[in-house]
Design a protein around this ligand. Sequence first.
Ligand SMILES: [Zn+2]
Length: 201
Amino acid sequence: MQRTCVGCRSVGPAEELVRLVVGPEGEVVVDLAGGAFGRGAWVHTRPECIQKAAPAGLSRSLKCEVRASADTVIETLRAAAVRRTRGLLVAARRTRTLEAGASAVEEAVRERRAELLLVATDARASADFAWLQPLIASGQALAFGNKTTFAEWLGRPETALVAITDARIARHAKQAILWTMLEGPRAETSGARLRTSSEAG
Ligand SMILES: [Zn+2]
């Protein structure tokens, strides 16, 4: 499926764009699940496209007054992406396609069942998990959240490592996690800052 970006106005595959919905007060909601009611338009998840989209592109396209700035939309997108990541991890646990904890995750990797690995940013990864390094280098393992994040989301003790073994859930989770690291157009260039559930509210 193809979508037109309200920022750069080019057409691209739907999975590279997210839907923005404008509320009655001119606020912008990021609709990652794609089912929210309201007047919406699609945008690439790139700072330069979001900057063109909010507020000018959206106002023009939807013929209404959009009040949200690009920075606000990016902040909203990051928060929505954290919630989506949480929902996907919970879904994976419910469908028994999630492994948590170092030994279960290492076993899933050895058996080639692990589609995506998440490594808590406060895990002592380099010292304790040398076998992870090639997976981090290849993008199969991503740094995300911290040990408390996984503990709260999954209802278990502090957890440094999580693996998703369902390919579809893993693909969506990887996408969502990359969105949680999206930088604003005026953000400092000190590298992607990792977001946690507490920061996102
Ligand atoms: Zn665009």
